[in-house]
Design a protein around this ligand. Structure first.
Ligand code: DX5
Ligand code: ZN
Length: 214
């Protein structure tokens, strides 16, 4: 399983050590949550922090933009060294253009869906995508309860990807722990984001290993 630890749950006073922990772990990527207080009711980190993290990180950055007008910030993501850029379908009026923009700038395009957005919204763009990120909580905060509908939604997304010939990975974000992670893996998830389960654990490296092994 691809694991993408969400830095949102880390101790920001020990940012260096937290990034080094992820470097030394079995995680594949490092997940960065950008919030603007408009698209979601919270504000997190911005580009100077992402650049500082990138300078220390040995894993590719999986950047999750929870912002309005994400198309205005794609070049900033590239300048910060992002490998994957996740934009919300709900935030993009011209999603095809934004996806092409991400590709043209040499990054991997991913589209994120809120819990209430049906997978059908992606039918026409699916073949262009590196990944689809399904939110299993309403975005904006770490430590929320997993929304059960996600399990069935993975099956619906899998069918849509097969029908459209898309090779997109399926990543899940929100309320992921070993118990929900097992069920998500069985349902067909190929990548898991986890914040609290990893960074609030007594042994974060072991928590990452437990998800990687799924
Ligand atoms: C929530 C963020 C998540 C968050 C997940 O809006 O997109 O990446 O950090 O946190 P946990 O794993 O604690 O639910
Ligand atoms: Zn996220």
């Amino acid at each position: 399983m691809i694991v993408s630890p969400s830095l949102l749950a880390c101790d920001f006073g020990r940012l260096d050590q937290e990034v080094e922990m992820v470097n030394a772990s079995s995680a594949s990527w490092l997940h960065i949550d950008v919030m603007d207080g408009v698209f979601v009711p919270n504000i997190s980190m911005g580009f100077p922090v992402i650049s500082a993290v990138q300078a220390k990180a040995s894993k590719p950055l999986d950047v999750h933009l929870m912002i309005v007008n994400p198309q205005n910030y794609i070049s900033r993501c590239r300048d910060c060294g992002a490998a994957i850029v996740n934009v919300h379908q709900e935030a993009c009026v011209h999603l095809d253009r934004t996806v092409q923009q991400i590709k043209d700038m040499g990054m991997k395009p991913a589209v994120t869906l809120n819990p209430a957005t049906p997978v059908e919204m992606l039918r026409d763009i699916a073949p262009e995508l590196y990944m689809v990120l399904l939110m299993s909580v309403n975005p904006g905060f770490g430590g929320q309860k997993f929304i059960e509908n996600t399990i069935g939604k993975i099956g619906r997304l899998r069918r849509l990807l097969d029908e459209t010939g898309s090779k997109a990975l399926i990543e899940i974000d929100g309320g992921v722990n070993l118990a929900t992670g097992r069920r998500l893996a069985e349902a067909g998830a190929t990548a898991l984001v986890a914040g609290s389960y990893i960074f609030k654990a007594d042994d974060p490296l072991a928590a990452i290993d437990s998800l990687s092994a799924l």
